[in-house]
Design a protein around this ligand. Structure first.
Ligand code: 5MM
Length: 336
């Protein structure tokens, strides 16, 4: 087993999942504004440090994706944040893209940037303790989009990123996110997501990326959030598994879904059914941002001094997601 494959399995095995705490300062400011908390560097650290010192880190969280600001911060007990995460048994990771920018010649679409100077940044993150990384490409579904141009250029960037990351002995998370915004059907989502993922793997193979040392972070297959034809959780599970089976090579060790704007319960219930019905060899788990943090953030904003209460809420969510990653979640356990 290669060193990279071992890292991927450590992050994803035994129902463990990933805490995506890599909101850039812009996104974190939106999240904090929505609960009326000033977005200072101290507040961003306090909320995140509260999660990273929660009891569920040990049993549920296999990896934490950090943002550049956080990986360079020191906790209130004067411990570097990556060390604090490693001590719980979780692997520290880092978002290394520099964001999605307007795609030249298709201005309604985005291309993710960050390749310039990446090799040097990766070395610095490795020294700080990171052992995996994340890069997110975003795609919109409309009648015209995603265009071939956006699919090809984002897949190419994801493959170049992956090679640089593996060269630096870290596991790349490949996140092609087909957004749920719009009135498209679940079948449109299935077709477009399959096309995007297939194209990503074509590029990864051309670039000779070691597929046993990556993690794929895709969206689940859902109808658009403005669609009148929503599908059942069972259908989400079967269409999502169909997508993985038709587009992901079998060497890939695991899939960690993003929540993409689903509620905490929806994201948990869908993950649970996907695992119950999992007839693939992939480990299937979560890499959630909002679906792990939303309730904890709301509680914290209303009870700013109650860090234990905030941790209790996060612990419950992490435990429910970890049960779902093993197909063992139920409504009764959720409400107990
Ligand atoms: C945590 O949110 C990340 C957003 O980063 P930006 O600030 O650069 O937009 C995002 O990439 C996240 O890791 C995934 O989308 C998963 O988060 P959700 O909330 O969709 O589970």
């Amino acid at each position: 087993m290669s060193e990279l494959n071992k890292i991927a399995l450590k992050i994803l095995s035994n129902g463990k999942g990933i805490l995506a705490a890599d909101e850039s300062n812009g996104t974190m400011t939106k999240r904090l504004d929505s609960v009326n908390i000033p977005s200072t560097s101290e507040n961003r650290l306090l909320f995140r440090e509260t999660l990273f010192s929660s009891e569920s880190m040990k049993d549920c969280i296999g990896g934490v994706i950090l943002y550049d600001e956080t990986i360079n911060q020191v906790s209130s007990l004067k411990k570097p944040i990556p060390d604090m995460i490693s001590e719980t048994g979780a692997v520290p990771g880092i978002k290394v893209d520099t964001g999605a920018k307007v795609l030249a010649n298709s201005p309604e679409e985005k291309i993710t940037e960050g390749l310039d100077g990446l090799r040097e940044r990766l070395k610095k993150y490795y020294e700080l303790g990171a052992r995996f990384t994340k890069w997110r490409g975003v795609f919109n579904i409309t009648k015209k989009y995603p265009s071939k141009l956006s699919i090809h250029s984002n897949a190419h960037a994801l493959a170049r990123y992956s090679n640089l990351v593996q060269e630096c002995r870290m596991v790349p998370i490949i996140e092609p996110e087909v957004l749920m915004d719009g009135d498209h059907s679940a079948n449109d989502c299935l077709n477009k997501t399959s096309e995007v993922i297939k194209r990503c793997f074509e590029e990864l193979i051309i670039h000779q990326v070691d597929l046993t040392g990556i993690i794929l972070k895709p969206n689940m297959i859902l109808a658009g959030n403005k669609s009148k034809n929503k599908i059942s959780n069972e259908e989400v599970s079967s269409k999502t598994l169909e997508c993985l089976k038709n587009s992901v090579p079998s060497e890939v060790p695991g899939i960690a879904f993003l929540s993409g704007g689903q509620s905490e319960i929806e994201a948990t219930e869908n993950l649970n059914l996907i695992n119950k019905n999992n007839d693939t060899n992939f480990l299937i788990t979560y890499s959630y941002g909002r679906a792990l943090q939303q309730s904890a953030l709301k509680f914290w904003s209303e009870n700013i001094k109650n860090l234990t209460g905030t941790q209790n809420i996060f612990n419950h969510r992490a435990k429910m997601c970890t049960l779902a990653a093993q197909g063992k979640w139920s409504k009764e356990l959720e409400n107990r």
